[in-house]
Ligand binder design. Structure first.
Ligand code: GRG
Length: 278
């Protein structure tokens, strides 16, 4: 199976899981608001990475892994809904469609994000009840998503005058806001496979991957006048930095002691080329 088919297979496993996630008896408008963002065709990069790490260690996927993958995507989706709110970035469009709060209003969009975050922990705790071996996976996701992870990164960004921020500060924000969710996906997969020895390599991989991912995103947007590391460095230096971080991610991946062929192709596809086909 080629890379695109392999990515499509793991993405479909995630999306089939997501499609069955929202109980019918959630209050109607809240359910519609949650479903609007959960089923609207993101790349599903983080759950695909979790599932790919499990498979890279030669473990057949179980329903528990699919639940973990769906929980990670619920956390990601909640963060996008909240990030778009008028009190945060105040964005009108996401994934080519009006943002959640533009369709359902800021109050319902806030609640949809809250609902998705709680659903993530309901899924994870149900998995841990069935198999306590997944407790470290749940702990990792909580830590990476929380105040010392993604939420902390968002707070740091709000507390920063981006027009005056130096490269160190912008990098610190990215490591928390962007890289931490990638970290819990790959470290979560390694923990589910009881590969504790590989965790430093996965953490190094996620930090480099997350920084490169953000830089690539910023580069696509460099003409917009927004303050970012790419804008601060300038296009040429930002491209060199992206190449350096991509090589760093690939090196870290080679030290994880897994069959990393698919993840290596995914790293190149996401960081070196364009992600439209994912
Ligand atoms: C509000 C708690 C809270 C956190 C917000 C994730 C985040 C932190 C903000 C989203 C805005 C943003 C530009 C984040 C940087 C990471 C990034 C580029 C996310 C988009 O991820 P993709 O490209 O999204 O994987 P899709 O649409 O494919 O799911």
């Amino acid at each position: 199976m080629g890379f695109t088919e392999e990515y499509g297979r793991l993405k479909k496993i995630t999306e089939d899981g997501l499609a069955a996630l929202l109980p019918e008896n959630i209050p109607d408008k809240l359910r519609k608001s949650m479903a609007y963002s959960l089923t609207d065709g993101g790349k599903r990069l983080r759950p695909v990475m979790y599932l790919a790490v499990c498979e890279a260690y030669g473990r057949p996927l179980t329903g528990r892994d699919i639940a973990v993958a769906c929980a990670i995507e619920c956390v990601h989706t909640y963060s996008l809904i909240h990030d778009d709110l008028p009190s945060m970035d105040n964005d009108d469009m996401r994934r080519g469609r009006p943002t959640n709060h533009k369709v359902f209003g800021p109050a319902m969009a806030t609640l949809a994000g809250d609902g998705l975050l709680n659903l993530a922990y309901e899924l994870l705790s149900a998995v841990v009840c069935m198999d306590p071996g997944y407790a470290p996976v749940m702990r990792e996701i909580s830590a990476c998503a929380g105040a010392l992870g993604m939420v902390g990164g968002q707070a740091l960004e709000f507390d920063t005058d981006l027009s005056k921020a130096d490269a160190r500060r912008l990098t610190d924000i990215t490591i928390l806001k962007t890289a931490k969710l990638f970290e819990c996906a790959v470290v979560g997969g390694a923990l589910a496979c009881e590969r504790e020895n590989s965790l430093p390599a996965w953490r190094a991989f996620a930090a480099a991957f997350g920084r490169a991912f953000q830089l690539r995103d910023d580069l696509l947007d460099i003409e917009s006048g927004e303050h970012s590391l790419a804008a601060l460095l300038g296009k040429e230096r930002a491209e060199q930095e992206l190449e350096k971080l991509t090589a760093e991610a690939e090196k870290a991946l080679s030290m994880t002691d897994c069959e990393g062929g698919f993840l290596s192709e995914l790293t190149a596809a996401v960081l070196r080329r364009n992600t439209d086909g994912l």
